[in-house]
Each structure stands twice: as structure tokens, then as C-alpha cells.
Write a protein that binds this ligand. Sequence first.
Ligand code: ADE
Length: 250
Amino acid sequence: MRVGVLGAMPEEVAAVIGMLGPAGRTHAGGRDYARGTHAGHEVVAVHSRIGKVAAASAAVELIVRFGVEQVVFTGLAGGLCRGLRVGDIVVGDGLVQHDMDASPLFPALEVPLTGCSRFGTTPAIAHRLEAGARATLGALGEGFLRELGVNGGRRPAVRRGVIATGDRFIAGAESREGVLRLVPDALCVEMEGAAVAQVCQEYGMPFGIIRMISDGADETAAADFASALGRVAGGFAAAVVARYLESLPA
Ligand code: ADE
């Protein structure tokens, strides 16, 4: 299997690349694509940069230039519901572009001329990512949980559900409530997932996404995000991608 792995931040993808066997590199469209192997599977990993356009272009390259057979996105997200805390993990079942609004031409949230306001993920990939996340939390152990610190000492939870995506870093009650008004069942918010989901749907490409909660999309979100990025994002991304690849059939 050839798997495309995307992350928005260099820290996350560098850790994934570090875990792969000897990798070749290709520079295309302003990005470096690293090729390698793990558990008998080929991987093409790329740091997309932040935002929907960046993530969509990187996803198209993975599919068209590198011929990946599935796409997996890993990264951080802001938590939107009270039950979710920093360190918890969300595996996406559906994704919505919360900032898409071409009304009155099309219903708000609908991506014009696709008839879609919600993009799905591939159930088998979501299932393996969820299992990989649980195994990762077990394997990373106490040191990792201590690094998360702010999680009140409780073991992180793994949840499945809806992810809201938009070209905006959400860092305050008003914008957080705004996202929730539009996508009431969203568990978390980020800036790439639904764009990659749209590309994958258009190309008939299996797709999965996993996000660790880095912040509460509130007034301290920027500092919390930077802290999670520095301390745990790389370790999490590498471990969960490794577990995922190890779970794939040969
Ligand atoms: N990614 C991580 N935290 C986020 C936030 N609060 N808003 C948007 N994207 C994020």
C-alpha cells in the first residue's frame, strides 16, 4: 500500500519522516515530499502548510504525482465541546467547511456545485486510526501524559465525530460560538481537514483524519497551541502513523 501522509506543521511531518526507513525527497509546488517505508508500506509524507488551499494542493500532488492509494491527515485541533480537553484525540467521521457561504446562491456551508456540505471519511481508515490512537496512548506512557500536563492527570480520551474546518484560527468565545452555531455537532476546529476531504472525494481517494486537541479555541488558544506543538505534536503524529501503518494488511 502507498499511503500519503499530510500534516500542516513542519514539526509534525518531520517526526513522521524521522520514523520512516531511508527516504527520497522530491520538491514540487513549493513543498518537499519525503518518500520512505514503514511496516512494509510505502509512505509519501508532506508538510502542507496551514489552511485549506495549501492542504488541498498538497493532497492533489500526493494523488496525481505520487500515486498514493489513500490519504491520512494528522495534526492538532481546537476543542469545541466542554467534554474535550487538551490531549484528547478526535478521529474524523465527517468534515464541514464552516467558512463556506455562497448564500443565497447555495445554502450556507454547501460547497457550490458539489451538493455537499459534509465530506465523509473512509470507515476502515477511521477504525484503524482510532485503534492506533488507543495503542499510541498506551505506548507513549506516563512521560507523554505528563508532558500534556494541562489534562488534569486524566488519561486522554479518543472520540469519533465531526470536524469543522476554516481559514481562521479560532481563539475566543465569540468565534468559537460562531463555529458551533454553524456546525453544532462539531467536536473540534482546524484549518485543513475538510479541504483534503473534498479533494479525496473528488478523486475517489480513501481518506482518514486524526487530530489531537491542543487548545480550547479560546483566549489562550495561541499559547496552548504553540506549547502542544513544541512538546507533543511530533511524537504523537509519528507514533499514531506508525501504529496505523503497522495495522494495514500487507
Ligand atoms: N488548530 C489547532 N487549534 C486551532 C484553533 N483554535 N483554531 C483553528 N485551528 C486550530
